[in-house]
Ligand binder design. Structure first.
Ligand code: DON
Length: 304
């Protein structure tokens, strides 16, 4: 086995000498309070070894990383019916882009941009008895950790400033691709994005995607085919208009969030999560991308 701890320590040391050109997200005011100096990596291998550096057990706002969890839950519950309301093509546009949705008559390009994730939220609101509670329980079970929770302050902060998401939800409603009230669906969406998790919990929760759908606790959360399809969507759509760059530099399926987290995985091998809150101009973590590029280069491990 490679000396993963040495590799992580080395990446941490190298990046501490690199100028962090990223900026902390401030369009959700509560996120702007987080220090740009936080940095962590947590690696979880399929045969249950784990390695960490930095603030790997400090929780942060998972934001768009939650879109993978809601997709997984809706896909597990509803199967291929989902694809009637959302496509699986890369968007090549920012995560909160509106024009494409208008042109394509309310069918979002994929479930990992805001419009697609709002449609998925609508599916879950329609099908779950207690949508927010049931979704939180799904994430807790995926991570095998019952302490995970929403951050109500972050949800409230986004509720007050989520004007673009209101525009997207209204556009979806006008095209008949939102069954529930805009306010109800966005309340669910803002809560899913507000979940606070640390790098260790995220790596554990993504274990199922690297492990053919079997989660940390040993239960089959997804079928192997569903896990394969979600990985394909992460690879092509997980980084918005930087999905090509991430595949080029890192070469793994993954998902970013504006809280500065990135989770990436190599099927049947490992899950790796990085956290550095400074974002590049595409909304992806500046140092997180660099850390993952160094990791896959040094370990010679990518899907390519
Ligand atoms: O809807 C939003 O704008 C945020 N709750 C999530 C955006 C996000 O994390 C984009 N990721 N890089």
């Amino acid at each position: 086995m490679q000396d993963y701890q040495k590799i992580l320590n080395n990446i941490h040391k190298t990046l501490s000498q690199v100028e962090n050109k990223g900026e902390v997200a401030n369009y959700i005011p509560e996120l702007a309070k987080v220090s740009k100096d936080k940095f962590a990596i947590y690696l979880n291998t399929i045969n249950a070894n784990n390695f960490e550096v930095g603030d790997a057990e400090t929780a942060f706002s998972i934001q768009s990383i939650s879109k993978v969890f809601s997709l997984a839950m809706a896909f597990a519950n509803q199967g291929n019916k989902l694809w009637e309301r959302v496509d699986v093509e890369p968007s090549g546009n920012p995560f909160n882009y509106l024009s494409l949705l208008e042109r394509e008559k309310g069918i979002p390009r994929n479930p990992l941009i805001n419009s697609g994730s709002i449609v998925i939220a609508d599916c879950l609101v329609s099908s779950l008895e207690n949508p927010k509670e049931d979704f939180l329980q799904f994430v807790r079970d995926l991570a095998n950790d019952q302490s995970i929770d929403f951050d109500k302050k972050v949800a409230e902060s986004e509720h007050k400033t989520g004007f673009r998401n209101y525009a997207i939800a209204n556009l979806l409603k006008s095209f008949g691709n939102l069954e529930n009230e805009v306010e109800t669906v966005l309340d669910f969406y803002f809560h899913q994005c507000s979940i606070a998790m640390n790098c260790k919990q995220l790596s554990n929760a993504f274990f199922a995607f690297a492990n053919q759908g079997i989660c940390m606790g040993g239960n089959a959360c997804l079928t192997a085919t569903q896990a394969k399809r979600i990985n394909a969507i992460m690879l092509t759509c997980g980084f918005y208009d930087e999905a090509g760059e991430f595949a080029f530099e890192v070469g793994l399926p993954g998902k970013s969030g504006v809280g500065g987290g990135i989770v990436a995985l190599l099927p049947n091998e490992f899950v790796i999560t990085t956290w550095s809150p400074g974002l590049n101009d595409k909304g992806n973590s500046y140092l997180g991308m660099k850390a993952l590029e160094q990791f896959t280069t040094q370990t010679k491990s990518s899907i390519f």
